[in-house]
Design a protein around this ligand. Structure first.
Ligand code: SF4
Ligand code: SF4
Length: 166
């Protein structure tokens, strides 16, 4: 990669260049449903089969409805290639010493939209107009109508892995 400032999730800027991806080391950015290419089910299936993505969840209903968990997709974390990984964070599997190994276009929307140091207290976060209280919350809202589908695909991959081990 030619420009060191482009090696993390955000647009090139001095702050991120100095920081070198504290966000990527804490929790991978969220994939948004709107980014999944057709055919949707096949694309998600292949992402999960490859082991580089996991299903995470917003614990509770992001719209105060009846769902208990709202599932969404994100890159896996180092040390965990679980299909369902509802852990509290970890280093993104795509982060190398040189920065993100994905091209800008391949990066999850949650990475591309992250704005450095713009939230109260100087925290980094997504633009307010995305309607989420955090990257995770915004992604869970974006996946809301597809949460069950994601869960079903995840269950199939879990079963596939069990059969391979058997
Ligand atoms: S995909 Fe790239 S930019 Fe996004 S969290 Fe992972 S390493 Fe960072
Ligand atoms: S968005 Fe924030 S945490 Fe991420 S690299 Fe930039 S300054 Fe660091």
């Amino acid at each position: 990669m030619s420009n060191a400032e482009e090696t993390i999730g955000t647009r090139p800027n001095e702050m991120c260049s100095k920081c070198k991806g504290a966000c990527c080391k804490a929790l991978p950015g969220s994939v948004f449903f709107d980014d999944i290419k057709e055919p949707i089910v096949d694309t998600i299936t292949e992402m999960l089969r490859g082991g580089y993505y996991s299903i995470d969840a917003w614990d509770g209903d992001v719209f105060s409805g009846t769902k208990y968990s709202c599932y969404y997709l994100r890159p896996a974390t180092v040390g965990s290639k679980d299909v369902f990984d509802l852990s509290w964070g970890g280093r993104c599997i795509f982060l190398s010493k040189e920065g993100c190994t994905l091209s800008w276009e391949e990066r999850p929307r949650g990475c591309r939209l992250l704005v450095p140091k713009t939230l109260p207290g100087g925290k980094c976060g997504l633009p307010e107009n995305l309607g989420g209280t955090s990257c995770k919350n915004a992604a869970a809202k974006n996946w809301y109508d597809h949460s069950e589908m994601l869960q079903e695909i995840g269950n199939i991959i879990v079963q596939e892995r069990k059969e391979v081990k058997a």
